[in-house]
Design a protein around this ligand. Sequence first.
Ligand SMILES: [Zn+2]
Length: 285
Amino acid sequence: MSVIRGSVVPLSRSLGRRHPRRRLLAVAPGLVGAAVLVLSGCAGPGTAATATPVPSASDWSYNGATGPAHWDAVAKTCRNTSASHESPIDIVTGTLKSGSATQAVRIDYHPTSFTVENTGHTVEAVPADLTADAIELDGTRYFLQQFHFHATSEHTVDGKHATAELHLVHKSKQGEVVVLAVLLDPGADNPALDELLGAIPTSGKEAELTHAIDAAALLPAGSASAQYEGSLTTPPCTEGVRWNVYLSGVTLSTAQLRALTEAYAGNHRPVQPLHGREVTRVPAA
Ligand SMILES: [Zn+2]
């Protein structure tokens, strides 16, 4: 834990169990008020210090009466209004605003020890050192808090889903959130994920990985990105999250993707309306 401001909510409350590691986040007041987020799943669930209630992991799901269309029942911030700036979105490549390479995310990842967790909604990997891996964007440094998966993808490109999507969730010392999103499709094996995908624990459990992971091996080399302002894609759907979606994907083997979808298939929120937001195409650095 490097930054805690305001009141905090342990992950254990939302998961209904004790948890050895609190992953808490204070979001800058200019972004989403004084929200304090628990970085789990797509950076959620959990807020405190605001009127937004803390949704329990068991109170929402990806289908039926507790599915995305009903998330506003557990967090009113998930309600889609004409002013909402929610995620994920469909990235329409023909309408992207042109950006410059100076806006590209700079990666400062290293081989790092991770724990793999099954949160009940996703497979998530948490670094042992929450300051070990970082990115830089617009002169600000953001530290990797966890990465996790959705299947099928949450973002779409020109209306098309990828088989799965990886979210690498970062926060700055000021509590601002940046998520790098990587679309995953079948192809060559990615050895960096071999141990993790072979060690997915049962729901509510975690397992220490013996081999370090260099998260740079999870990113597409030389890819342009789509950048926009959005939200968490899980309750409480808090806005003020900066997204960088790589326009080129990476491949996992069919067996690796199967390991993900056997744990969670269909853990994706549908795309949300843009409501006037600009999406910028940023070339690779
Ligand atoms: Zn996510």
